[in-house]
Design a protein. Structure first.
Ligand SMILES: *Cc1c(COP(=O)(O)O)cnc(C)c1O
Length: 373
């Protein structure tokens, strides 16, 4: 039995008929962009996120970059975020001409350490991008208080946390704009590329709608210079089918995570932490192990895939050398990067598969204990 990190075929089998008829309906209409599917998805996803407006875009990277542009963030501005994230968070900042500034992370939740925000604040700081990483919500209250005190905008990168809540509210609804990737492997994913911004601010929603479609409200009249980041009707049709299952899929992920957490307790160095006030939707299930190569090798021998999210923090990426970031500037991020490993996680995981992962981890723990450090 092979156990992949994510099994999209297993999920497809459960929704195939609905997906195929939604795609067929869209093709019959031949309205392939900005049509009824997109409008319905935008409305339903915004409502799902406790927000008034949803603006679909082509990718999660577009969602972030257009959110920054809608907030007039660009040349000379600084945006605070974390280096323990997917590169797109930082690419979006660079794309609009702003400069990324990093704070370190909480060693238990792997998300933004809000206590460090003050130490990187300058007169050029304009915004904060908290990243709800791995499916776990950033502690938003102190982030929002800091932003309010210093007149900063907050753009949430919720690309890994569709449906996660903090203090009873969905992520994406706390900041000025919430950004989601709908990349095919995310908790809510298209069968291709897609993204969406949610907001309660009508002016920002209107600007996002223009920016994604060449800066126009009206055909061939361009009020601002935008881009082509239009969402695709076929993807919106697929996403509407999937959105109806999202809560149930997230619950399944939470149950699998609970099993892992109970069974792996004494076998690995660190397990995911869920603090009161937040719900985790386990886009990935990340543990820390002392001997990661050995761990991955033993699991691979049993046919179990593992991943690393992410092996190189952004400040140490070759693409970022021009910024002059140095090793040592984010000690917690750098330390956890050495030991984190992601286990198979998807709603359709079976009890048998979960047990296999636990058994393989038990094997690792036995071998690791016998080896000198
Ligand atoms: C996936 C992801 C993105 C980018 O989304 P794309 O749809 O691939 O452009 C941005 N931020 C985070 C944290 C992500 O995981």
């Amino acid at each position: 039995m092979q156990i992949p990190l994510v099994d999209l075929q297993a999920q497809y089998r459960t929704i195939k008929q609905d997906v195929l008829s939604a795609i067929e309906e869209t093709l019959e209409s031949m309205q392939l962009f900005l049509g009824p599917q997109t409008q319905a998805f935008e409305r339903d996803f915004a409502t799902y996120c406790d927000c008034r407006y949803g603006v679909g875009v082509a990718t999660g990277t577009d969602a972030l970059a257009l959110a920054l542009r809608a907030c007039d963030i660009g040349d000379g501005d600084e945006v605070i975020t974390v280096a323990n994230t997917f590169i797109a968070t930082v690419e979006a900042i660079a794309l609009v001409g702003a400069t990324p500034v990093f704070v370190d992370i909480d060693p238990e939740t792997y998300t933004m350490d809000w206590q460090q925000l003050g130490s990187v604040l300058t007169s050029r700081t304009r915004a904060i991008i908290p990243v709800h990483l791995y499916g776990y919500p950033v502690e938003m209250q102190p982030v929002l208080e800091f932003a309010r005190a210093h007149e900063l905008l907050v753009i949430e990168d919720a690309s890994q946390a569709h449906g996660a809540t903090y203090q009873g509210k969905r992520v994406g609804s706390f900041g000025d704009i919430g950004c989601f990737s709908l990349y095919y492997s995310k908790n809510l994913g298209a069968y291709g590329e897609a993204g969406i911004c949610v907001t309660n601010n009508e002016i920002l929603a209107d600007k996002l709608r223009m920016l994604r479609d060449h800066g126009s409200r009206e055909r061939y009249r361009h009020e601002i210079l935008g881009v082509n980041a239009r969402p695709d009707e076929i993807q919106a049709a697929v996403l509407r089918v999937k959105l109806a299952h999202l809560d149930q899929w997230n619950t399944a992920r939470q149950l699998h995570a609970q099993t892992y957490t109970e069974q792996l307790k004494n076998l690995v160095e660190a397990l995911p932490v869920v603090r009161s006030g937040g719900t985790h939707v386990f886009y990935v299930y990340v543990v820390q192990v002392r001997e990661r190569d050995l761990f991955r090798q033993i699991l691979a021998q049993e046919g179990i895939a593992t991943g690393i999210h992410y092996p190189i923090p952004i400040h140490l990426q070759p693409a970022c050398t021009t910024y002059g970031f140095v090793r040592g500037m984010l000690p917690v991020t750098e330390a956890v990067t050495e030991n984190i490993v992601s286990l198979p996680m998807y709603p359709e995981l079976t009890t048998e598969q979960l047990h296999k992962v636990v058994d393989a981890t038990t094997k690792y723990a036995t071998v690791a204990v016998e080896r000198p450090l």
